[in-house]
Ligand binder design. Structure first.
Ligand code: SPD
Length: 426
């Protein structure tokens, strides 16, 4: 190693101006360039100047990438600075040239910290700080690497100690992070799906509400749900004869069996028929009236789950429900995905009838805004509250030692704030 760091000073000319003025795209490109080169991202911050121009920095474990753009000249200046042997900044250079559609680029490499001019100093790392510990007595963790889920207005960040799984499947990027606050966490295409510490809210609410209000559920179907949490909760209901689960992505199952075993714990249960296939196709081919409860435990409506939010799909679900059948879906956040939220309730209403469709809420800290919704749509007379047996529900919650669901939560979950009622004409 002839120097401590490599500093590539880059000029990109004749870039597409719209790209250079799109702060989200630039942030994604800079983060992509860091990852492509083999760097570990610690955090990043980007800013758009009005009316044009973007500045930003991606801090990586191996130093940083920085940018400033002049869209009006189709020009971007970029600094790529890396330390150590593991990251090749020239890979980032090429990646960004393509991302910005640069007509031409030029770069000079400087060696920073020539070893020939350096000598190592002895010093005491603890000298300038007291020994500290966190509130709970554990040592302060100085590692400061963050996972961030963001759209263009909201971001949620979780500090983590590294990635345990990272695979590009045929459908999506499947990752598991070891977060400091919520345990191991599954993300798909950069969106939080579930974490060890708060998964119970989602999985208890998506299963026990329909199964404790359907008159006599025998056969249940889960579409998606590859982490296994919904199946685990369903299989607590001993009256069920069979649970069929259709997950499109076997990498999700693999990642969760390896790194989220408490969630995936029932994936080998004898009553569970686990099929790795397209849920839309499965529903289309299933016999009419063949399921009492269908749970759509999908990802968000982008990528492979898009078809799970379509009219055609819900019509097919309606067809395969038995006369008293109930469909439950995760119906996104009324605060975050309000357009999708409104649209899907219109679709449910058009298929089941508006009075047969009910929305309920739960509080999930690792999902955008924390407020999450589920839909309950009945084909026949099943109702989530009329005739609700609170004693049975209390007993179920106690016997199974549930962490979120109980008889009061069941009833109160259907109490909707006015702004939500208005969105779905309730
Ligand atoms: N934005 C998060 C939506 C996640 C919905 N599905 C989660 C899968 C958990 N089994």
């Amino acid at each position: 190693m002839a120097s401590l760091g490599r500093h590539i000073i880059v000029e990109y000319y004749d870039c597409t101006p719209e790209i250079l003025n799109d702060v989200t795209l630039i942030q994604e490109s800079m983060e992509g360039a860091a990852e492509k080169a083999g760097a570990t991202i610690i955090n990043s911050t980007f800013h758009h100047f009005s009316p044009y121009g973007v500045s930003g920095v991606v801090v990586i474990e191996e130093s940083h990438l920085a940018i400033h753009t002049w869209p009006e000249f189709g020009y971007a200046s970029v600094d790529l600075f890396t330390c150590g042997e593991s990251v090749d900044p020239w890979i980032s250079y090429q990646y960004l040239k393509e991302a910005f559609e640069a007509g031409h680029g030029s770069a000079v490499e400087l060696k920073r910290g020539e070893m020939a001019l350096l000598s190592k100093k002895d010093f005491d790392v603890k000298q300038l700080r007291d020994d500290k510990s966190a509130d709970d007595g554990s040592p302060i963790r100085t590692k400061d690497v963050w996972f961030t889920e963001r759209d263009d207005k909201i971001a949620l960040s979780l500090k983590h100690d590294g990635k345990l799984y990272d695979q590009q499947s045929d459908f999506q990027r499947v990752e598991v992070y070891n977060t400091q606050a919520y345990g191991n966490m599954l993300t798909l295409d950069g969106m939080v799906m579930t974490t060890e510490k708060d998964e119970y809210v989602y999985h208890e609410m998506i299963t026990h509400i329909p199964l404790l209000t359907h008159p006599n559920p025998k056969r249940a179907l889960i579409i998606g749900g590859g982490d296994g949490g919904t199946a685990r909760e369903m299989l607590r209901h001993e009256g069920l004869d069979e649970v069929v689960m259709v997950e499109i992505d076997d990498k999700v199952i693999e990642a969760c069996k390896l790194h989220l075993p408490s969630i995936a714990s029932a994936l080998d249960h004898p009553k569970l028929k686990l099929i790795v296939d397209d849920g839309i196709k499965y529903v289309k081919e299933a016999a009419a009236g063949s399921f009492d409860v269908v749970v759509v435990d999908s990802t968000d409506p982008v990528g492979p789950a898009e078809g799970l939010f379509s009219v055609e799909f819900y019509k097919e679900v309606y067809r395969i429900l038995s006369d008293d059948g109930v469909m439950i879906t995760q119906s996104e956040s009324p605060r975050f995905n309000n357009k999708v939220f409104k649209e899907i309730y219109e679709v449910y209403g058009s298929i089941f009838g508006n009075e047969k469709v009910h929305c309920y809420l739960a509080y999930i800290p690792t999902y955008p805004t924390g407020m999450w919704s589920f839909s309950y749509s009945a084909k026949g007379n099943a109702h989530p509250l009329k005739g609700f047996d609170s004693g049975k529900s209390r007993k179920f919650s106690e016997v199974h030692g549930l962490s979120y669901y109980n008889e009061s939560i069941h009833e109160s979950a259907f109490a909707l704030p006015n702004f939500v009622k208005k969105m779905i004409n309730k």
